[in-house]
Design a protein around this ligand. Structure first.
Ligand code: FPP
Length: 238
């Protein structure tokens, strides 16, 4: 079937190679409806499918989603537990379809402190999709850019490196080998990066939207890609 998704959204084929999303606003979405925060996270989880589908159809190479930051441990144990449970549930439900769609799962972050069943679900998904050649889906889980940089520097030190180029550091980040972020979207109205992909997004176009993440559907995502295509990227040149 011919895919006229570009036409539908008025896009050209100069799509970002790598899109990163800070999925913010789940709690406020739930509160507005008199629901508890966990229902907001669940509603957020339901939006991930649309982001993957549209990224795939537009031939975006990498989609990185911020699912849990190194700072999110400050939330209640119940909320942290719920978020990890949702990850397990997500993969149980979606892994077959992700595989059929040739999606490759990767994780950015240190998952060692996660509950065993969440680690098992993540490792199984990584293993099962490792030969896939379509969209790369990075889930940033227990991720923080400062911890990531520290880990990369320690890796270099353990190799007894006397001096390093930036590429030596970049290749030791969780995103080693992947293209830099072209478009970074934050939903939920806040205008900050919150320790997300600080080095990889050095030249990214930043887009902040007031949509709460559970409202961020395919159409809203496409609108962001369109906005990206209207930006003039100069990378420090004129
Ligand atoms: C921020 O909203 C969102 C998170 C901390 C978690 C994002 C997680 C999901 C969308 C579901 C995860 C599922 C998978 C499979 C990766 P917030 O709670 O900070 O919202 P608020 O600012 O309105 O309180």
């Amino acid at each position: 079937m011919a895919d006229n998704v570009y036409e539908k959204y008025g896009l050209n084929d100069a799509v970002p190679r790598h899109v990163a999303v800070i999925m913010d606003g789940n709690g406020r979405w739930a509160k507005k409806r008199g629901m508890n925060r966990s229902m907001g996270h669940r509603a957020g989880m339901e939006r991930i499918r649309g982001l993957i589908t549209l990224s795939d159809r537009l031939k975006i190479e990498v989609l990185t989603l911020y699912a849990f930051s190194t700072e999110n441990w400050k939330r209640t144990a119940a909320e942290v537990g719920l978020l990890f449970d949702l990850i397990v549930e997500y993969f149980i439900r979606e892994i077959d379809e992700l595989c059929e769609n040739n999606v490759r799962i990767r994780v950015l972050g240190d998952i060692a402190p996660l509950p065993q069943k969440s680690r098992d679900a993540l490792n199984a998904a990584i293993e099962r999709t490792k030969a896939n050649t379509g969209l790369i889906l990075n889930l940033a889980i227990n991720y923080g850019a400062r911890a990531e940089l520290t880990r990369a520097v320690n890796a270099l030190l353990s190799e007894n490196v006397q001096s390093a180029e930036f590429d030596d550091i970049a290749s030791r980040l969780y995103t080693g080998g992947l293209p830099e972020v072209d478009l970074l979207i934050r939903t939920g109205g806040e205008k900050r990066l919150s320790n997300f992909l600080l080095l990889q997004a050095a030249y990214a176009e930043l887009l902040f939207t007031d949509d709460l993440f559970p409202d961020f559907d395919e159409d809203r995502y496409a609108f962001c890609i369109k906005e990206f295509q209207q930006r003039n990227r100069r990378y420090g040149g004129v």
